[in-house]
Design a protein around this ligand. Structure first.
Ligand code: OOG
Ligand code: NI
Length: 301
């Protein structure tokens, strides 16, 4: 197989080799694997984007209108949320990304929020990073555990095969009182219970922007357009010292159908990230737990 990898670097194949290769479909598949995978990655993110803008963060279009400068905005990462029960845990959400070549990179613990998270990167740096967190329900009250188990018990395991569920919303029925009870103990638990699966945010890469070069600058543009910026722990989270600066809007208020009627609750938000180079010159690819802790608050009204 080694020769195939070498060929991969040489786009122009001698015609004799081309003929040999075309006889061997497996070899051709392997040759185009990289491009094909990125197509699948893009298709998955397109689906996540469609759901996010329709259901969780309708104001995303306005954010784009304010920041776009000709080329499409680069998405630094998305974030997904879940409960740590085996049927729906972080690993289940990660599986479709791993199948596309994503690799687990960093681990993060959020003591007070009782959350555990991992981030995933794709070998192709054009692919956005993925941040997945899960609520450690064993660290929560018995009441919360019972409520969350009752929701997840409604889920057919087959619903989490493939990747459609990632932008499929809620897989269980929920009444408003249960949402309120969950939110009282854990704002995060209420959010996942109400919205189910979908990108909680997309993230504009501030590095790409040419007319605005700072996260603070992005905040100013958004504020003057009427957006509320997440001020928990300050309007800019992180610093050049930790190689990452971030900010976010406060989540849109969106209508959710509970079994006993529709209610307006916080949905998704938009994030902005500026990455700084490491010693080797490449941009820091990870996350910063202290900053992430404050970004979570974007859904806390
Ligand atoms: C994730 C918050 C963390 C980041 O960029 O640090 C995060 C969430 O709100 O679910 O996205
Ligand atoms: Ni984020």
């Amino acid at each position: 197989m080694r020769w195939l990898c070498l060929l991969h670097r040489h786009r122009e194949l001698p015609s004799k080799l081309k003929t040999q290769l075309s006889r061997n479909r497996a070899a051709m598949d392997s040759l185009t694997f990289k491009e094909t995978t990125l197509d699948y990655v893009n298709a998955l993110f397109a689906e996540l984007w469609r759901d996010y803008t329709r259901r969780l963060c309708p104001s995303a279009a306005k954010v784009h209108a304010l920041l776009e400068e000709g080329q499409p905005l680069l998405n630094d990462h998305i974030a997904l949320r879940t409960f740590n029960l085996p049927k729906v845990g972080l690993d289940r959400l990660a599986a479709p990304f791993i199948a596309l070549g994503y690799v687990p990179k960093g681990e993060y613990d959020f003591e007070a929020k009782k959350l555990y998270a991992q981030h995933f990167e794709h070998p192709n740096s054009e692919a956005p990073k993925v941040f997945i967190s899960e609520l450690q329900i064993g660290r929560c009250s018995t009441g919360l555990q019972q409520k969350v188990r009752a929701l997840v018990d409604q889920v057919d395991d087959a619903a989490l095969r493939g990747s459609d569920f990632l932008s499929g919303g809620r897989l269980w029925d929920l009444d408003f009182a249960t949402f309120q009870a969950l939110s009282e103990e854990s704002e995060y638990a209420g959010w996942v219970a109400a919205h189910g699966y979908g990108a909680n945010h997309f993230t504009v890469s501030v590095n790409q922007l040419s007319s605005i070069d700072s996260v603070k600058g992005v905040n100013d543009v958004l504020r003057s357009a009427g957006f509320a910026i997440n001020e928990f722990g300050g309007e800019v989270k992180g610093s050049p010292d930790v190689l990452l600066e971030q900010s976010s809007t406060m989540a849109d208020e969106v209508a959710v159908n509970f079994t006993d009627g529709e209610q307006l609750i916080p949905g998704g938000f938009y994030e902005f990230a500026k990455r700084y180079p490491m010693e080797d010159g490449s941009l820091y690819p990870g996350f910063v737990a202290a900053s992430a802790d404050k970004i979570f608050e974007s859904t806390n009204r």
